[in-house]
Design a protein around this ligand. Structure first.
Ligand code: BG6
Length: 472
């Protein structure tokens, strides 16, 4: 930055926090809700799905946002949130996914949440599908491998747009759509174990999701004046492990496996490098002329989650590291979180610039944060968590986001992941905490469910109020 004073974030920048229904709501079988794939994933992605719901699944009750949402939204308002990202549980609206009529009690719940947000002047940002496809669609139809899912999803979206379209401007079609490659059950409701899933079935499922995303983008544009529809990608910059050109090419291929999803959403067709990959791997997709025409409906903006970067190498002996669903080879220059996710604030600037230059669409950082164990302590008789590690992580990323804005990249907003503690997607733990708000609930299910303001709560409030000046 050339000036000595750091630039302030734009006055209309959308500051806020992000969550997903299955990770916060609980009430998994209340008011007519059907089962979702999350109800058979008590241990996240680490073990195969169970036959039915089991008592040890922390998501059964999660943090009980279903009943405590007024208190939680009031806390978000206290921090100055301008936007709150949450998802709608598809199985609350269509309990089986293929039902003839929607479930009124499920629709009414989100009316109440939207009322509460409106009361506090907080803009909703809705993820239509966040790793919580109705279980019936997985078991009876094979999840997104089945073309019929496009129609079920479209009907679900039509119901949402009809009911909430007049009061919700920002929508995301599929959370981290590129994660299906790594987590086909959680992301694509595909019951076949990953190791047995053929590339053809996987890529046919991806194609169906891409067509569905494009079709509902068009639907929203037809139904809702001024609507903004975004795709949502896991954003992981991939660095070559060494300057060896073989590693550079390996990084290019890894990047492209992710870029392909954004290319289709933003350019309206499959890129040549991706078609080549399909040919080289013997994948013949069923693509109709109508599909091709549908894909032409491109998104208004690109949203992303950013937690970490990774490395790629051509060395077949290199071992994969831990990370947000994708892993990759560890970068020897970077520290990592307790869960092995490597911390790289500058990677956020790198990937935002890359996406902006590639697609020229406004960007929205809809997830970023540090999963860490917290300890409750007392300060002046008030219970809190002194989470300086989280403040350091977030401050470093927000400084890089500010640099990105100075670079001339258009970023609409920032919603920190897990603004209130929630159940982890990958490990189904509550002890992997991301929030500004601590929730008294533990991995064994014990706890009062009470909410506490962590130190980061006041810090984030000041960052928002000062438009980033507080970051230094
Ligand atoms: C993203 C997901 O992958 O990362 C969230 O969209 C998830 O649902 C978040 O919770 C953090 O991952 P985890 O596994 O720590 O919960």
């Amino acid at each position: 930055m050339s000036s000595t004073e750091p630039q302030l974030f734009p006055s209309d920048f959308l500051w806020g926090g992000a969550t997903a229904a299955n990770q916060i709501e609980g009430a998994y079988d209340v008011d007519g809700k059907g089962l979702s794939i999350q109800d058979v994933m008590p241990h996240g992605i680490t073990t195969p799905p169970t036959d039915g719901p089991t008592p040890e699944n922390l998501k059964n009750e999660a943090i009980d946002f279903y009943h405590r949402y007024p208190e939680d939204i009031a806390l978000f308002a206290e921090m100055g949130f301008r936007v709150f990202r949450f998802s709608i549980a598809w199985s609350r609206i269509y309990p089986n996914g293929d039902d003839a009529e929607p479930n009124e009690a499920g629709l009414a719940f989100y009316d109440r949440v939207l009322d509460e947000l409106e009361r506090h002047g907080i803009e909703p940002l809705i993820t239509i599908s966040h790793y919580e496809t109705p279980l019936h669609l997985a078991r009876e139809y094979g999840g997104w491998t089945n073309r019929k899912l496009i129609g079920f999803y479209e009907k679900y979206c039509h119901t949402l747009f009809t009911r909430y379209g007049h009061r919700v401007k920002y929508w995301l079609t599929f959370n981290e759509i590129n994660s299906i490659i790594h987590a086909p059950f959680m992301s694509g409701a595909i019951p076949t174990p990953k190791e047995q899933l053929s590339p053809t079935d996987l890529h046919q499922a991806i194609h169906h999701e891409l067509v569905a995303s494009a079709r509902v983008t068009r639907l929203a544009h037809e139904m809702i004046p001024g609507v903004q529809i975004g795709c949502m990608l896991i954003a992981i910059p991939v660095y070559p492990l060494t300057p060896d050109p073989e590693d550079v090419v390996a990084a290019m291929h890894t990047d492209r496996a992710n870029f392909a999803f954004g290319d289709v959403h933003c350019r309206g067709e499959y890129p040549g490098y991706h078609l080549r990959w399909l040919r080289d791997n013997g994948v013949e997709l069923q693509i109709t002329d109508e599909d091709r025409a549908d894909l032409r409906h491109t998104v208004d903006f690109v949203s992303l989650s950013y937690y970490m970067s990774t490395c790629a190498t051509a060395d077949p002996d290199a071992t994969a590291g831990a990370g947000n669903l994708m892993g990759g080879v560890a970068n020897p220059t970077l520290p990592a979180s307790e869960w092995g996710w490597q911390i790289d604030p500058q990677g956020l600037r790198v990937i935002l610039n890359t996406f902006w230059e590639r697609w020229g669409k406004p960007l929205f950082v809809v997830e970023n944060g540090l999963g860490a164990r917290d300890e409750v302590t007392e300060v002046d008789g008030v219970a809190t968590v002194i989470d300086d590690y989280r403040i350091d992580y977030l401050a470093a990323h927000l400084r890089q986001l500010r640099e990105t804005l100075v670079d001339g990249v258009e970023v609409l907003g920032y919603t920190s992941w897990g603004c209130i503690d929630l159940v982890s997607a990958s490990t189904a733990q509550l002890s992997k905490r991301y929030g500004f708000i601590y929730v008294d609930r533990n991995d064994d299910g014990s706890g009062t469910g009470n909410r506490l303001r962590k130190k980061s709560f006041g810090w984030y409030r000041d960052v928002i109020a000062s438009r980033g000046a507080r970051l230094g």
